[in-house]
Design a binder for this molecule. Structure first.
Ligand code: DX5
Ligand code: ZN
Length: 215
């Protein structure tokens, strides 16, 4: 059964506690936190203090997506804030294996994300340190963008590259009930969705629809 990790970027920032509690009650598997620094991506969202504040309101895994420059210098902040998974962008790391090893040392699962245009082969040298790959199907920076199907092909390439290793594949960007089907068919284990979960506030129905479950 595919896991759903709703992105809080699409939530009402004035009522995040309620959003976190309601999403857990609605059957979300993880909670996806889109951290943006205004440098690696043009948008600026929130940092570790906000995530720390919300941590006591949910027992769900906090799936932290760092769209920031030089993530190695900030990992401790997010581990201390209660992250369960910390995902960095391969494009923002000079020594990716070292950063992933550091995430594991902090007691978190190590994730790496690829922008749509970044080839999957660059992860070959980090294979032993990867717990999760976050496949971007939009350019990182904003919610509500149109789905790009081409990056889904990276999952098959990486499953072969990582053969035998326990790696989860998460797809992020433009996921709705239609595009979710494509992502699942391509081998996704986890789907991130912001707009599609928060639209009309019907969290449970929207989450079930992404899993392909009936109304
Ligand atoms: C984009 C973020 C995504 C985004 C998903 O940079 O990484 O998680 O918030 O939002 P939707 O589901 O609306 O595309
Ligand atoms: Zn994200």
């Amino acid at each position: 059964m595919v896991k759903i990790s709703p992105s809080l970027l699409a939530a009402d920032f004035g009522n995040l506690r309620a959003a976190v509690q309601d999403l857990q009650a609605a059957g979300a598997d993880w909670l996806h936190w889109d951290v943006m620094d205004g440098c690696f991506v043009p948008n600026l969202t929130f940092g570790a203090p906000l995530i720390k504040k919300l941590r006591p309101n949910s027992t769900l895994p906090f799936d932290v997506h760092l769209m920031i420059k030089n993530p190695a210098s900030k990992l401790q902040w997010f581990a201390d804030a209660g992250a369960d998974i910390i995902t960095v962008h391969a494009e923002a790391c000079d020594d990716l294996p070292a950063v992933l090893a550091q995430i594991r040392k902090l007691g978190c699962k190590a994730g790496v994300s690829l922008k749509p245009a970044t080839p999957p082969e660059i992860l070959a040298q980090a294979a032993d340190w990867v717990d999760l790959v976050l496949i971007m199907t939009v350019e990182p920076g904003f919610g509500g963008q149109a789905f790009m199907p081409a990056p889904l092909d990276k999952i098959g390439v990486l499953r072969r590259l990582f053969s035998g290793r326990k790696v989860e594949f998460e797809v992020d960007g433009g996921i709705n009930p239609q595009t979710a089907k494509q992502a699942i068919a391509s081998g996704a284990d986890v789907l991130v969705a912001g707009t599609a979960v928060f639209q009309n506030g019907a969290y449970e129905a929207n989450i079930r629809a992404l899993r392909g479950e009936g109304k």
